[in-house]
Design a protein around this ligand. Structure first.
Ligand code: PLP
Length: 368
């Protein structure tokens, strides 16, 4: 298998743990294990008594039940737990795709969604959205991209890096197109439940269609990336079986303590989401102020979900160089070149220390 370097992760590997303020993170403020354990009176004892043995390949029943509760029609047996969403992307593509197949991927996107599809040897077509088009979706072009050999259609809603969300009519049309053409809809929903207005929430793909796959994670909306827990949920029994069979070659099963802590966290996901949504709402207000003070340098399609957004940058020179200089000054933005959008930067506004991070950015910005 050959796979292109993961530019987002390489960038963060270089800067994330040495730069004072992270202002581009894609996740929400995390929690301590102590905070998680405080959710239930016997949680500490249960964790201390847990044996560090292997767990079931599809994931512990306790965790699969907590995950199934997120959906309307999914039973615990219809969930496969993975060691983070990244593993699930790898497994699903390698189960469904090979040389001679085609995949359509909504871009710009989290890079593994594109590169791991390519790593299977399949032909990958991009359903590309643009800032000029206000990141809207062109259903006509999707209809042309999906061909008889297309096996998978990957979409990511809510969307990394723009923080935008399809409207319901567009989403319904995408689901129907996948159904009509016999394509597996692979919907990356790692930002689901962090819509800024809960009325905008889209139904999970696995609840809409028998063959569709919903991808989830505790990393983003719930703010627990250190647990490395992800999953897929689908009614498609054959597909789940094939994913587990391939997982025997990657991780066999997830980490036992992470499974237990993830189940505990998801049973209390309402509390996690309430705090994370409050942080996101406050920070978005502060960013509105920042962008109006620097309107000549930044403009964006204001995010409606997730803790991330993707403004266009004007008059500050080369954006890669700008981000390097800002990192040296102590604040980390993510250059859009890692998404093949070199005129943009990614902001993340899910962290509690955004006011301090923004102050450092404001002090370090070159004149426009
Ligand atoms: C859209 C999207 N999907 C999947 C992932 C992977 O998440 P995880 O931390 O569970 O591997 C990310 C992480 O940034 C993401 O942004």
């Amino acid at each position: 298998m050959k796979v292109a370097p993961f530019r987002i992760e390489k960038y963060y590997e270089r800067y994330e743990f040495t730069t004072g303020y992270m202002l581009s993170s894609s996740d929400c403020e995390s929690r301590t294990i102590r905070e998680l354990l405080s959710f239930e009176p016997d949680a500490s004892d249960r964790l201390l008594e847990l044996r560090c043995g292997y767990t079931e390949p599809p994931g512990s029943l306790e965790l699969r039940e907590a995950i199934a509760a997120i959906y309307d029609t999914i039973h615990a047996d219809e969930v496969v737990v993975t060691s983070c969403a990244e593993e699930a992307i790898f497994l699903l593509y390698h189960v469904l795709l090979g040389p001679g197949d085609q995949a359509v991927v909504e871009t710009p996107c989290y890079e593994s969604a594109l590169q791991l599809a390519r790593s299977t040897g399949a032909e990958v077509r991009e359903w590309r959205r643009s800032y000029e088009g206000r990141w809207t979706h062109d259903l006509g072009s999707l209809g042309r991209l999906v061909q008889p050999g297309t096996r998978v259609l990957y979409v990511n809603q809510p969307h990394n890096p723009t923080g935008t969300l399809m409207d319901r009519a567009t989403y319904d049309a995408v689901v129907e197109l996948a159904q009509d053409r016999g394509v597996t809809l692979f919907c990356d929903e790692v930002y689901r439940e962090l819509e800024h207005d809960p009325n905008d929430r889209l139904p999970a793909a696995c609840d809409r269609d028998e063959r569709a796959v919903s991808l989830g994670s505790v990393s983003k909306s719930y703010g627990l990336p250190g647990l490395r827990t992800g999953w897929i949920a689908t009614h498609d029994d054959k597909l789940r079986r094939a994913v587990i069979d391939l997982k025997h070659y990657t991780t066999i099963c997830a980490s036992a303590p992470s499974e237990q802590l993830s189940a505990l966290a998801l049973r209390h996901r309402g509390e996690l989401l309430a705090r994370n949504s409050a942080i996101v709402r406050r920070n978005l207000g502060l960013l509105d102020g920042f962008f109006s003070r620097h309107a000549e340098a930044f403009e964006w399609v204001r995010p409606v979900a997730s803790p991330i957004g993707f403004p266009r940058v004007h008059g500050l020179g080369d954006v890669d160089r700008l981000c390097e200089r800002l990192a040296e000054a102590g604040v980390l933005l993510l250059p859009g070149s890692v998404y093949d959008e070199p005129g943009h930067v990614r902001f993340g506004f899910g962290r509690a220390n955004l006011p301090e991070a923004l102050a450092v950015l404001e002090g370090a910005l070159p004149p426009c």
